[in-house]
Write a protein that binds this ligand. Sequence first.
Ligand code: HEC
Length: 110
Amino acid sequence: MGQSCGLHHSVGDQPKNRIRRMKLSLILASVLLPLAASARADEFAPGPEHDQVAKACTACHVAAQVTAQHKSAEEWCETVNRMISNGAKVRDEDVKEIVAYLAKNYGPFE
Ligand code: HEC
């Protein structure tokens, strides 16, 4: 677990991830129920990774949960790894491409 996404350090196996997993069942109940009711069509930017991201990242929350964000590649790397520990179906070898796609389309404000 924990892809480096081509960055200089890995964010995968920090102890806080284990704590997050324990908190997750509590968070799931409060986050997923309202979001499920408002699930909308996919709004992801076009690109080769579109279909996979749209599929993998709307299983638990709406696309806007992702597309409203502005993160650096490093932050997206951390987020995607956290989503994988949340249960997102992303193959290890796809993490890098997904992070690059997210950082390109939903990067930090210049
Ligand atoms: C198995 C369910 C699940 C899947 C699949 C999932 N997420 Fe999440 N996501 C969550 C939960 C639960 C939260 C709220 C708690 C948290 O932030 O970990 C969340 C919150 C977020 C947030 C807001 C918090 C932040 O760190 O900015 C972003 C952005 C996000 N997800 C992106 C993604 C992306 C990108 C994908 C696809 C790779 C994805 N999610 C797939 C469960 C999921």
